[in-house]
Design a protein around this ligand. Structure first.
Ligand code: GLN
Length: 239
């Protein structure tokens, strides 16, 4: 059986609104393709390299946990940046997405330094952006999820798509997330991957291509996943 290895960073601090479900979805869709996905939990980063890593995941967290995680991850920020630049697939959620940027400004004006891997910033406000969210993406089609964040993220990179219901990166430009090389950052919890099989498969396929192992069959039966997605879309359309 072919194998892939996923590094799951900061599992002891970052896991909101069932983010762990993303790992379960990746494992299951890999298994359906006869690929074993090994998950390595990385909570202490000293000496960690990306040599054995094929794909990585960082979940969301409160401002406090996010600050602690940033401190730990800053020890390997240049290695993480190199991995992203070299095209390693990765998924980062909410707090885990925000700290890839230069800074996170809390509602009381305190500036928390980010990892500075990408050139963007997040300004947080007391008023939170909360609820179900629907996005139309050129790459992934319709994406659904749940968001709950005070942070408003501003950048000029490619995004995951256009928000049709909800907020996304901020409450101004109607865009959601970031798509840089094979790195995806998003505000979507829920968790995002079980309902959005296109994104799960994208991450797995990129990892397989890089490792030189087959990603077959390309298409699976997605009836259950599509029904779960439609249930969220219907919440808006039946209002
Ligand atoms: N603390 C961040 C915010 O409120 C991230 C929250 C989250 O990960 N859901 O913007």
């Amino acid at each position: 059986m072919n194998e892939l290895t996923l590094y799951h960073f900061m599992t002891d601090k970052l896991n909101l609104y069932s983010d762990i479900g993303n790992i379960i979805a990746l494992k299951q869709r890999a298994k359906w393709r006869n690929i074993k996905l090994n998950v390595v939990e990385v909570n202490e980063t000293e000496g960690v390299t990306f040599d054995g890593c094929d794909i990585f995941f960082i979940g969301g967290g409160s401002d406090r946990e996010q600050a602690l995680a940033t401190k730990e991850l800053s020890k390997i920020k240049s290695k993480l940046k190199d991995a992203i630049e070299e095209g390693m697939p990765g998924l980062t959620i909410c707090g885990g997405y925000q700290f890839l940027g230069n800074k996170y400004i809390t509602p009381d004006g305190t500036e928390l330094e980010g990892l500075g891997i990408l050139d963007f910033y997040t300004q947080s406000k007391k008023e939170r952006l909360t609820g179900d969210i629907v996005i139309e993406s050129d790459t992934f089609g319709t994406i659904v999820g749940f968001e709950n964040h005070g942070g408003r993220t501003y950048h000029n990179y490619d995004t995951l798509g256009k928000v049709t219901h909800g907020f996304g990166n901020n409450d101004e430009d109607g865009k959601e997330g970031i798509h840089y090389k094979n790195l995806l950052g998003t505000y979507l919890h829920g968790p995002i991957l079980p309902k959005n099989h296109e994104i799960t498969d994208y991450l797995l396929e990129q990892a397989c291509i890089r490792k030189g192992i087959p990603f077959e069959p390309r298409q699976l039966d997605n009836t259950a996943e599509e029904a779960a997605k439609q249930a969220i879309v219907d919440r808006f359309e039946n209002k």
